[in-house]
Design a protein around this ligand. Structure first.
Ligand SMILES: [Cu+2]
Length: 319
């Protein structure tokens, strides 16, 4: 008995019994120690999977579903104003042609009219096209005005075209990376469309007004995303500006829209729209910092970073 007690005391002194007990209850201490250095670098939020039929071309006829206010206005202009008008004009012209072909052919109408002037008719066919053009001009110019009068930007992104990949930079956040096309097998393995998937995505928060500065390092490229109704030439030696505001989360694809060389068709654009919290986590995972926050914020886990930073991003999220 004495020896047993002695043995137990020795074991306790070496911390064997408590250690075994805690290991049995919770293996956490060991993993916690291992995870401690990793906590400094924030893990990236999980990659969003694309939504079928959204943000990528499908077999449907018409524009891609629009997810920005400008896109919705432009789609309305296209679907409600332009397409019906074009269809109506085409049908009227076709009907006039058919009437002439059927009723005014030589067989049916052997003696042609000698009339050369008809004032009423001339006024009508001059005035009618003018009125139609004015009717188109009003929503058209209004759309242009909205496009070129952006709201205050919540976020600035610089996009640089290269032969044949894109460089993305968040100048206010200290984040920069290149985006290359994903090979077909990798794209399909990730559930992404081939030729449109990129190894790196431009990540932006939902609802934020994103100012996009577009330039090029070599030849003229063009950066655009159809679902946002945004497209801008990337011209070497010049910085063009455009903007978009994505109203829903998801992945939205585009391509280079300017013939720029042999691999022009292989520089896709993938934009991932995430929630503001996920965006903060993503910025931290890239070692970046939100505007106004010290660069050290990169070392702070996401929830703390979220609490510490004012809501400079995505103030217009409620729109
Ligand atoms: Cu290009």
């Amino acid at each position: 008995m004495k020896t047993l007690l002695k043995l137990f005391a020795v074991a306790a002194a070496f911390g064997m019994a408590p250690a075994a007990a805690s290991a049995a209850v919770a293996p956490a201490p060991a993993t916690a120690n291992a995870a401690a250095p990793a906590a400094a670098s924030v893990p990236a939020p999980p990659r969003t999977a694309p939504t079928p039929g959204i943000g990528q071309p499908t077999e449907r006829i018409g524009l891609q579903p629009q997810v920005s206010p400008i896109g919705e206005e432009a789609a309305w202009f296209h679907d409600i104003v332009l397409m019906p008008l074009i269809t109506a004009i085409s049908l009227v012209v076709l009907a006039l042609l058919l009437i002439v072909i059927v009723f005014y052919r030589r067989g049916a109408h052997p003696t042609p009219s000698r009339n050369t002037h008809n004032t009423t008719l001339e006024i009508v066919w001059t005035l009618l096209p003018v009125l139609i053009l004015v009717a188109i001009a009003v929503p058209s110019i209004r759309l242009l005005a909205h496009q070129y009068n952006p709201p205050r930007a919540d976020l600035t992104v610089k996009v640089t075209g290269n032969q044949w990949y894109w460089t993305y930079e968040y100048p206010d956040m200290g984040v920069q990376f290149d985006a290359n096309i994903l090979p077909d097998d990798q794209a399909l393995a990730r559930g992404e469309p081939r030729q449109l998937a990129a190894d790196e995505r431009l990540v932006v928060p939902r609802g934020a007004v994103v100012k996009v500065l577009v330039t090029s390092n070599d030849v003229v490229h063009s950066w655009g995303v159809p679902a946002f109704w945004v497209k801008m030439d990337a011209v070497p030696g010049r910085i063009n500006e455009t903007w978009f505001q994505a109203e829903r989360t998801g992945v939205f694809y585009g391509v280079c829209y300017e013939l720029c060389g042999a691999r022009h068709g292989y520089m896709p654009i993938a934009v991932e729209v995430v929630t503001p919290a996920q965006f903060r986590q993503w910025v931290a995972s890239r070692g970046g910092h939100l505007p106004g926050a010290p660069p050290a914020a990169a070392a702070v886990p996401a929830p703390a970073a979220a609490a510490a930073t004012p809501a400079t991003i995505n103030q217009s999220a409620t729109r």
